[in-house]
Design a protein around this ligand. Structure first.
Ligand SMILES: Cc1cc2nc3c(=O)[nH]c(=O)nc-3n(C[C@H](O)[C@H](O)[C@H](O)COP(=O)(O)OP(=O)(O)OC[C@H]3O[C@@H](n4cnc5c(N)ncnc54)[C@H](O)[C@@H]3O)c2cc1C
Length: 471
């Protein structure tokens, strides 16, 4: 599928095809490539960079663990916004080829990765005059001209292209307190659960997890599918865990699109009232929340910055667990582990973390009674979800974009500031003609921009813009 080039893939002299650089090999980068190839009136050349060589799968769909299920139903996971049954048809084709029954509504994320790679392969096969090269390297900086960009990778190579799209996904967060580290204490700490290595955790080692959301669920399932027997303790400020999906029917949108609430208080009141009214009619709250989905981005954009901040501080933890739900079999397994005492969840504020050579220790102020408790374990895994403060990101590419003035954080520093057509906005406020961003890094502009149903629309829109301007 990809020809992997290392280290240099400069623009080929005499090759007049428009050349696009895509930073990131996950869903966003892959589907942007597919749309660029499919929508362009002329053949194109694409260089796709991924420092983890996660081409066609990214962080979410690289997992080989079959217990890691999609947290969105297959019917909503088509890679194409304009072809809603594309994934279901692919699944049916696989089932037919294997002489098996089609699978249920939540399939494994690894299988979804296969689907993405097969979608890309089919696209490349149908457009043989276009090409795509996977560059297995980290992009550390960019230099932008009026009509071209040069990408620099950590191995010192430089790559010239016409336009660049940043599809870099999420960044892992730091712990809420700085850990005290003894000799080789870092060895006992996984700052990023996606960077591999959890297999080093022994079956009888107690494990402490910071965070109780979707990442915690993944790590717990991972440990248990490898026969982990010891205790796992997960801690977060409120101790809230993702709620399970349930089959619900469609629900009439209840927010007036011409008069969306402009304060968080008004919004929460309206939602509560609607959930109560729905419950009185026997309708589950999930249906009410799902009906808001097409309006979420407009709601976010309509909130003044101070109200967005209020949402982040007070509502976000509740929004996350209701909105980003888990597949029922996943919820059932977590429930069983809780019942068996193998998993304990605690609500409290982290006060101190010590990383030693043989174990870790944490003090936590409990949320209810404010007692200070000590939690010890052999390992600590940071599961506190994506970094939501771009001022604290140490990623070399993001830092160099900010330091060089090619990009700036949005008004809440949730991500990169964005102009129309997904253009990066420079430090001086000018939208770029050559640099674009999509997916999780544009969270500050849209809020809901992490799941496939949101990102696939962006891929189509950015490809439309790029192929009409760069070709
Ligand atoms: C565990 C998990 C499960 C999820 N499950 C679902 C689900 O079931 N359904 C759903 O709709 N959404 C799900 N999501 C949301 C998910 O974020 C999106 O669906 C989508 O996968 C995001 O893809 P992405 O390409 O933007 O980011 P990523 O998959 O994170 O890919 C970004 C890639 O960019 C690379 N990269 C970053 N910086 C550089 C650089 N400077 N140089 C080179 N490479 C770089 C990284 O190595 C990475 O591979 C899940 C997310 C996670 C983390």
């Amino acid at each position: 599928m990809h020809a992997h080039a290392k280290p240099a893939a400069r623009k080929v002299t005499g090759d007049n095809r428009p050349t696009f650089g895509i930073v990131g090999g996950g869903f966003t980068g892959t589907m942007l490539a597919v749309h660029l190839i499919e929508q362009s009136p002329v053949p194109v050349r694409i260089l796709q960079f991924d420092r983890a060589a996660a081409f066609g799968s990214g962080v979410a769909y690289s997992t080989p663990n079959d217990k890691h299920l999609l947290n969105v139903r297959v019917g909503n996971m088509s890679a194409y916004d304009s072809r809603p049954d594309h994934f279901i048809k692919w699944l049916e084709g696989c089932a037919k080829a294997a002489g098996a029954e089609p699978r249920g509504p939540f399939v494994s994320r690894g299988l979804y990765g296969q689907y993405l790679r097969s979608t890309l392969s089919a696209c490349l096969a149908a457009h043989p005059a276009s090409s795509m090269i996977g560059v297995d390297a980290e992009v550390v900086s960019l230099s932008a001209g009026a009509n071209s960009v040069e990408l620099q990778t950590s191995d010192g190579a430089r790559h010239a292209v016409d336009r660049v799209a940043l599809c870099v996904g999420n960044f892992p967060p730091a712990l809420p307190v700085k850990p005290q580290t003894g000799d080789s204490g870092e060895d006992r700490y996984f700052a990023n659960p996606w960077s591999g290595g959890l297999a080093r955790i022994g079956k009888d080692d107690d494990v402490v997890l910071v965070g109780t959301g979707l990442t915690m669920v993944d790590v717990v399932l991972d440990l248990h599918s490898r026969g982990h027997r010891a205790k796992i303790t997960a801690v977060s400020r409120r101790g809230l865990m993702p709620l399970p999906h349930r089959d619900v029917g469609p629900y009439q949108a209840f927010l007036n699109p011409d008069a969306l609430p402009r304060t968080v208080m008004a919004l929460t009141r309206m939602v509560r009232r609607e959930v109560e009214a729905a419950a009185a009619n026997g309708v589950d709250w999930r249906a009410v929340l799902d009906s808001m989905r097409p309006q979420t981005q407009a709601l976010w954009r309509g909130l003044p910055v101070a109200e967005r901040r209020r949402f982040l501080r007070h509502v976000r933890p509740y929004w996350e667990v209701h909105r980003h739900r888990v597949a029922p079999p996943v919820a059932a397994e977590i429930e069983e582990l809780l019942r068996a005492g193998k998993l304990a969840v605690m609500a409290g504020r982290l006060q101190a973390v010590e990383l030693g050579a043989t174990g870790i220790s944490m003090t936590v102020k409990a949320r209810g009674d404010k007692t200070v408790q000590r939690i010890e374990g052999s390992w600590l895994v940071n599961c506190s979800g994506p970094q939501l403060d771009y001022d604290r990101i140490s990623d070399p590419l993001i830092r160099s974009l900010f330091d060089g003035g090619l990009a700036r954080p949005d008004s809440l520093s949730l991500g990169l500031d964005l102009g129309d057509d997904y253009r990066l906005v420079s430090r001086s406020g000018i939208p770029s003609d050559v640099l674009f961003a999509l997916g999780p890094p544009i969270r500050g502009n849209l809020w809901e921009t992490t799941a496939v149903p949101d990102i696939r629309k962006q891929c189509e829109a950015v490809a439309r813009h790029l192929t009409s301007t760069a070709a």
